[in-house]
Ligand binder design. Structure first.
Ligand SMILES: Cc1cc2nc3c(=O)[nH]c(=O)nc-3n(C[C@H](O)[C@H](O)[C@H](O)COP(=O)(O)OP(=O)(O)OC[C@H]3O[C@@H](n4cnc5c(N)ncnc54)[C@H](O)[C@@H]3O)c2cc1C
Length: 322
């Protein structure tokens, strides 16, 4: 059990950038707790091999505000970049440590994994992301077809199959591009046009427009089992049979966990100020967990803003420990 100036929960881009910013400012007594066995678990798990990691993911050119930044590169190059940050800044990460409790005790917060206290910390930065809980459709998925319905990439991508991808964001677009040419790909989106896809992905979709069937302005009503397949029933009465379905609907904020910790919500998002500080004094939320639609640059910048605030408001508390 450690006494820390800052405990960071989650070793994704937001958590790592927080540690980099704190180390840059000379704060030594910090650690990251990560539930997986490696850093950037969301990226390792959900990005296909060789995926282009876009800097302007949301189609907005965000300026880097802090130490961490990157230009568009592959998944593997991005992970190397993060690994270098961890080495260069000597960031301490406790792996296989899933944090699920936070309690106040005097000046400190007690950080818990199950029933174990893993650390006491003055300041806590929650950077758990949202992708542990993929968003799911409101209609039920019958038991018989659960092995044909995916919310993340399977280890082996399908080949020669008729696939339906559901979603209208960059993840749906990228998956459609990856599978086009290998499978008979259909893309269903409830709106008549794409408006959340960045220019790069729109160009890639355009290049493959003869290989992808677009079902725009379509909404799925129900799924039914069909022999070795899934029958999709759309709201307009149209039905179509697919071998597999991939939902790319994004992730959802771990509201139960955060509320259990005492964090208040407003309009379905944690109620935080412009620096990420929550209603719990000295508890910050940054990266995807704090926002409706995040990106890596947003995660880096929100870490920078939170650390600036931590140093300005709470640095005095660290003097004895750093
Ligand atoms: C398929 C896909 C493609 C994408 N492509 C791009 C792109 O090209 N460019 C871009 O900018 N963005 C992209 N994004 C979005 C980007 O990945 C996220 O915005 C970014 O990863 C957010 O960083 P984060 O640190 O907030 O969260 P995450 O990256 O999700 O990291 C959170 C970390 O916290 C850990 N964790 C979770 N719960 C706990 C817990 N209770 N205790 C301890 N650890 C915990 C997780 O294991 C994980 O390692 C993409 C997302 C997806 C799904």
């Amino acid at each position: 059990m450690r006494k820390l100036s800052v405990a960071i929960i989650g070793a994704g881009p937001a958590g790592i950038a927080t540690a980099v910013e704190l180390k840059t400012a000379g704060i030594k007594d910090i650690a990251i707790f990560e539930k997986a066995g490696n850093f950037c678990y969301t990226i390792r798990r959900l990005y296909p091999e060789g995926k282009r990691v876009d800097r302007n993911y949301k189609g907005i050119n965000m300026i880097s505000e802090g130490v961490c930044s990157f230009e568009t590169e592959t998944k593997e190059q991005f992970l190397e970049r993060i690994e270098k940050y961890i080495k260069d800044y000597k960031i301490e990460i406790f792996y296989n440590t899933e944090i699920n409790g936070l309690e106040r005790s005097g000046q400190y917060y007690i950080i818990k994994a199950g029933t174990y206290t893993v650390a006491h910390a003055y300041v806590v930065v929650i950077a758990t992301g949202v992708f542990d809980r993929p968003r799911k459709p409101s209609y039920p998925i019958p038991e018989e077809i659960k092995n044909r319905v995916f919310f993340e990439l399977p280890k082996e991508l399908p080949e020669g199959e008729k696939i339906l991808i559901v979603g209208g964001g960059n993840t749906a677009a990228e998956l459609a591009c990856i599978l086009s040419g290998k499978c008979d790909v259909y893309l269903s989106y409830r709106r008549p046009d794409f408006f959340r896809i960045n220019e790069e992905n729109l160009r890639e979709l355009e290049k493959r427009k003869d290989q992808i069937t677009f079902f725009l302005g379509t909404e799925i009503k129900a799924l039914e089992p069909e022999k070795e397949a899934v029958k999709v029933i759309f709201h307009d009465g149209h039905t179509e049979v697919f071998s597999k379905i991939f939902y790319c609907l994004g992730g959802s904020t771990p509201r139960n966990l955060l509320e259990k910790m005492g964090i208040k919500f407003k309009d379905s998002l944690p109620d935080i100020d412009e620096f990420g500080e929550s209603n719990l004094e000295r508890v910050f939320l940054i990266g995807d967990v704090a926002v409706k639609r995040g990106s890596i640059i947003y995660a880096f910048n929100s870490a920078h803003r939170a650390v600036e605030r931590i140093l300005e408001k709470y640095h005095i508390l660290f003097n004895s420990s750093s």
